[in-house]
Design a protein around this ligand. Structure first.
Ligand code: PBG
Length: 341
């Protein structure tokens, strides 16, 4: 048996085989490693999800996401300027209204928190950052589900589509560059496209949260967005974690309905899905590194168990390596600064 290792095979003269692949040759200096890196993460690939809450004067820290806050409208404007300065690609906005109701009225109210924030950011920043509006009802409904519910407590698909179309128009009107539906209702992309096309917003693209799993990794987000379901869970509309083919079906369906770009969510536990989707489509694919992924690294780092910055950059590299073009991450601004060092 030939042992292949450093210094050549046993009994094999050094250099006897000119084709002997030596992986280590290209790893010997930082400059060589940098030159031959197959995957790069650039600040422009990163999108920062942000939360803006109605009725607060100061930002409110989120306990389960150290370093992330619920913004006041003013602190959001400041954070958005810093994000632009850091060179990231965009923001994904989530609003937390003071008043919630059964249909999530504040999602499409012109003076609703998210629409006011979009207006301010668009007038502050123009087209400097891509302003994406998360389109869902769970932050706006008193029951915390992503759509309207029947008296029996079932999330009602088709009436929800009418709400989504109205919200999309309101968000586009407020200045969103991209509408990003995350509710996982069937037919949501078609309904939103039809809504936008019936108004002046035919040029506003849709980034579909196409393959969004019912994930335990959303836990901290529900503290951040105050959108935890008051009964039941989301497993009748979000995808079941064991399924991969279904992700490709969801993506194909969303593209057929008019999605301009698609997303896989969460990211790290679903890199196989990111890779499959990226191989299957010819549109931009983003991956959402969700709150629980963030919290895991922060918690381990706080305990001194891992090297925080190294772990952050490694996760982002892995998500890009799997095939995602864009990465939504709560570390977007910090990572952009690390990458520009
Ligand atoms: C709302 C929504 C959720 C996330 C993004 N949009 C929560 C959920 O579906 O329960 C999760 C983001 C995160 O965990 O960082 N539909």
């Amino acid at each position: 048996m030939t042992s292949i290792g450093r210094g050549g095979g046993a009994g094999q003269a050094q250099g006897a085989n000119p084709g002997f692949a030596r992986g280590r040759r290209l790893r010997s200096t930082p400059a060589l490693r940098r030159l031959t890196a197959q995957t790069r993460v650039a600040p422009a690939d990163l999108v920062l999800p942000v939360f803006v809450k109605e009725g607060i004067a100061e930002p409110v820290p989120i306990g389960s996401m150290p370093g992330v806050v619920q913004h006041s409208p003013d602190s959001l404007r400041k954070a958005a300027h810093e994000a632009a300065e850091a060179g990231i690609g965009g923001l994904m906005l989530f609003g937390i209204p003071a008043e919630k109701d059964a249909v999530g009225s504040q999602a499409d109210a012109a003076d609703g928190i998210v629409n006011v924030a979009l207006q301010q950011l668009r007038s502050d920043l123009g087209d400097e950052l891509v302003l994406m509006a998360d389109l869902c009802l769970c932050e706006y409904t008193d029951h915390g589900h992503c759509g309207v519910v029947t008296p029996a407590g079932v999330v009602d698909n088709d009436p929800t589509l009418d709400r989504y179309a109205a919200v999309a128009i309101a968000q586009a009107q407020a200045g969103a560059h991209v509408i990003a539906p995350s509710g996982m209702m069937d037919g949501q992309v078609a309904a939103i496209r039809a809504g936008l096309d019936s108004t002046a917003f035919t040029e506003v693209p849709i980034l579909a949260y196409a393959a969004k799993y019912a994930s335990g990794f959303y836990g901290p987000f529900r503290e951040a967005a105050e959108g935890a379901p008051q009964f039941g869970d989301r497993s009748t509309y979000q995808m079941d974690p064991p399924n991969a083919d279904e992700a490709l079906r969801e993506v194909a369906q969303d593209l057929a309905e008019g999605a301009d770009a698609v997303m896989v969510k969460p990211a790290l536990p679903y890199l196989d899905i990111v890779a499959k989707v990226a191989a299957a489509v010819q549109v931009p694919v983003s991956a959402y590194q969700v709150s629980g992924e963030y919290a895991m690294v922060e918690a381990a780092a706080a305990n001194g168990w891992i090297d925080r910055e190294r772990a952050i950059l490694e996760t982002l590299t892995a998500i890009r390596r799997a095939g995602a073009g864009q990465v939504l991450t709560y570390w977007a601004v910090e990572a952009a600064r690390l990458l520009s060092r």
